[in-house]
Design a protein around this ligand. Structure first.
Ligand SMILES: [Zn+2]
Length: 383
């Protein structure tokens, strides 16, 4: 008999609603409407707030989201401002998985790891908020809460998760030994239909070996077809079948898969809510903002997609991890294949083994905790 108990609940963020509209309230929401001709922005001020050790949080609902070009949040503080650009990637597009869905209210946290400084802002004295909206058609942002949450005291150096997608054999031949050599563990995110289908793909025994070394299995797709289709384009019935079968088939192989990653990163508000009935948390492919811990929206855990075009060597990635660590953020890296020395890449997403090794060495040097998705979602916020 396979164990299909409901997944454990993820930890809940300790949000404090303070500035501007304050506590979440639709009645007191600030509405901001832009169209193709006129960008919109709104500002409000409040008593000086100390954001040392805290990440700002915005409760926002977008309508006409497809028309939106840019959403910025600017906190004025002392002699300058902290600025976050939530878009252009947050809403997705033909090749961009979304962070925010049309009509859905979401709590968006903003890590100081991603901030741009304007002048010399003082984090201990934030006194104002400006939200700006640029659109190519009618579009509205409704800000129904502005606040913050603590950078986690549980993870004073931040935390890191290493995920490996789509059943590439090099995850066993390259990633597994390189991680083991450094006492690190990853999360393997397989397309089940690819297992045992040839030398370029993982075998079930490879996955067993990863689990034996402490790796996690994260559910992803039953077949290449459902991987291609993606969670957002499935009907409710198709999704229910996919999620139920994923949990059942993983359990049948003796693997616990209570986390999930959207194929291609594609999701919708409905797919997200549905996935959380089967899994504790879901990794997205949204990569423009660093994730905070615990995630405010566990159905869309943000990631860093590692590929040669954006991360030609370990250095750029190490700098990102350094910034995330300084602000106790959660860096979830997504890898595909690894290319051994002298080998050829199978896909443009494959990471050269030497860059991979350099990155792992840097992770060891930084001494940042490396946890699986399940582990990272298994800790309460405080004891
Ligand atoms: Zn995939």
């Amino acid at each position: 008999m396979t164990d299909l108990a409901p997944p454990p609940a993820p930890p809940r963020p300790e949000l404090t609603w303070t500035a501007g509209p304050g506590a979440p309230s639709r009645a007191r929401a600030i509405r901001l409407t832009a169209d193709a001709r006129v960008p919109a922005s709104t500002s409000w001020s409040h008593a000086a707030t100390d954001l040392t050790g805290r990440s700002p949080a915005v409760r926002v609902r977008l309508t006409g989201a497809d028309e939106l070009v840019d959403l910025t949040v600017r906190l004025t503080a002392g002699d300058g401002a902290f600025v976050w650009r939530v878009l252009p990637d947050a809403l997705g597009g033909p090749d961009r998985p979304p962070l925010l869905c049309d009509g859905q209210e979401a709590v968006l946290t903003l890590s100081f790891a991603d901030v741009t400084l304007d002048g010399r802002p003082d984090r201990t004295a934030v006194t104002g908020v400006t939200v700006g909206l640029t659109a190519k058609g009618p579009s509205t942002a409704e800000i129904s809460g502005m606040g913050s949450m603590p950078e986690p005291s549980r993870f004073p150096r931040g935390l890191l998760t290493l995920t490996f997608d789509d059943s590439f054999a090099s995850q066993a031949t390259v990633a597994l030994p390189e991680l083991a050599e450094r006492s690190l563990r990853g999360s393997v995110v397989p397309i089940l239909g690819r297992l045992d289908t040839g030398p370029e793909h993982l075998s079930r025994r490879d996955v067993d070996e990863m689990i034996a070394q402490g790796w996690e299995v994260t559910a992803h797709a039953l077949t290449d077809e459902t991987h291609q289709l993606g969670s957002a384009r499935m009907t409710e019935q198709q999704r229910e079948h996919e999620f139920t079968e994923l949990r059942r088939q993983h359990a049948e192989m003796g693997w616990t898969a209570d986390t999930f990653a959207y194929p291609g990163g594609w999701w919708s508000a409905e797919a997200g809510a549905h996935a959380l009935r089967h899994f504790t948390g879901v990794r997205s492919a949204y990569a423009a903002l660093t994730e905070t811990w615990p995630p405010t929206e566990p159905d869309r855990i943000r990631t860093v997609l590692v590929m040669p075009s954006t991360h030609p060597d370990g250095a750029a990635l190490a700098a990102e991890i350094d910034r995330a660590m300084a602000h106790r953020a959660w860096t979830v890296l997504t890898f595909h294949g690894l290319v051994a020395a002298g080998g050829a890449a199978l896909t443009p997403l494959d990471t050269p083994a030497d860059a991979f090794r350099a990155l792992l060495d840097r992770i060891v040097e930084l001494d940042v905790p490396v946890l699986t998705l399940r582990e990272a979602l298994g800790f309460p916020v405080s004891d």
